[in-house]
Design a protein around this ligand. Sequence first.
Ligand code: HEM
Length: 530
Amino acid sequence: MNEKDTNQNEQKGQDVHRETLTTRQGHPVRDNQNIRTIGDRGPATLENYHFIEKISHFDREEIPERVVHARGTGAHGYFETYGKVGDEPVEKYTRAKVFQGAGKRTPLLVRFSTVGGAKDSPETARDPRGFAVKMYTEDGNWDLVGNNLKIFFIRDAMKFPDMIHAFKADPASNIPHPQRMFDFVSRSPEATHMITFLFSPWGIPATYRHMQGSGVNTYKWVNDKGEAVLVKYHWEPKQGIRNLTQEEADKIQAKNVGHATQDLYEAIERGDYPEWELFVQIMEDDYHDELDFDPLDDTKLWPEDKFPWLPVGRMVLDRNPVDFHAEIEQAAFGTGVLVDGMDFSDDKMLQGRTFSYSDTQRYRIGSNYLQLPSNAPKTAVRTNQMRGQMDHRDPNEAGDNPHINYEPSMIGGLQEAPKGERPPHRPTFNAAAMSAPIDRPNNYGQAGDTYRSFENWERDELINNLSEALAVCDKRIQDAMVEHFTKADEDYGRRVKEGIEQKMQENETMTADEYLPGRESGKTKFGLGT
Ligand code: HEM
């Protein structure tokens, strides 16, 4: 017991030591094994205060899990800026302070995740991995909410809820089935590129430490003059990239459904701190006639030869959480959380995402979720947004005049900050409101390029995995998928078609009977003693 505790406990007149169990009211717990009853076998009483508090708090331990990315883990660390973008000073492109002053460190929180599974689902799933970073910068928080893969299935936020429904289990039986995913994907040709990555070994990263990260959507950087460029972010693991074959993943999953969480936690515990380098790709903020795709389409890669990866800094994870629920489960990341010197592009997915994150977090965590230590910025917060459940505002948030909780005012209260330069939007806004697809979908070009860029073993895995999943799908879905793959690359389509036929002949699907292996156990069925 330290001196401060002794003094406090003496003041309270209690015999509470540092190791003594207490109630949440600070009272020592003298019996944590037996409830109070009338006699030793009689009914319990309502004045069982400690018991009722203990059970009722337990009954409320869980909060809703994330509607997507429910399975995840996280760690703390820092970002160190190089102060440059490639060879150029970073100020040329952005005034964001987080990138200025070579060697400057900004504390951060990272959460890695899978997408489709529930909170304790296997981490060997064939699924994109979430890569969400929250930087507590001197300008306030900046969240970069990305995935391991650099592209996405769809390009319009309108389709996201249907996509997730299709990827999750049947709503009647709660049984997952690949047909649901491929039914949706076969009617969404823009997903061909992402499916090509997902069913290759890139769809199962070996661990969180050995995967890349990417912002996927296009953002903007804005400099002091208010000039903007389009920007994409990428994280490159210093540990190298490692992916699993389906067979390797199955072996791990049979023994451990949380191997990636364990790997990250144990690496940090032993001082083997994982590190990633941050790169950006920069493009002039324009329509770009010369490209055969829309730069704001998140199903596309920006070709590296035209838009090189430029290093801007590095991230190190060096501290594990001490309370997973408080620090990681209640962490809230969102694409709307940008700092001065950054802006949104007109990427239709980014726009839709930006509404969704804080909306779900008000429901999942509560309207004051931004007051929790993981989510609050390390800079001053002064706002007139107040009250709500569990409001725990620092009184300083009200500024110097706690009586004026509105703005504008001539007699006090908080004032607007000076105007900053925000870049003008491109003049395409002079248009009617409409629901329309983009004009350069090019759904197959890069899917074919990616197929051809794979190593032989990666391509073999891709064909095998796709054939296996498609072999149990409706013929109409099989045909539509083969058509998409053929349009991407003839060899690709032909091999998937042959693969499906072969898998169907082998009829490798497990029947319900095969799920009933075990031996009958009946000897003690009536209990002991006959
Ligand atoms: C989590 C919505 C697309 C990456 C979430 C959550 C929602 C959501 C509601 C749960 C957040 C929470 O409970 O805190 C959407 C919508 C999308 C979309 C509506 C499309 C319109 C994407 C894309 C990426 C992505 C393209 C990758 C760049 C993530 C990540 C998380 C997440 C990493 C987990 C964040 C964490 O660790 O807490 N998304 N998402 N999402 N999303 Fe998205």
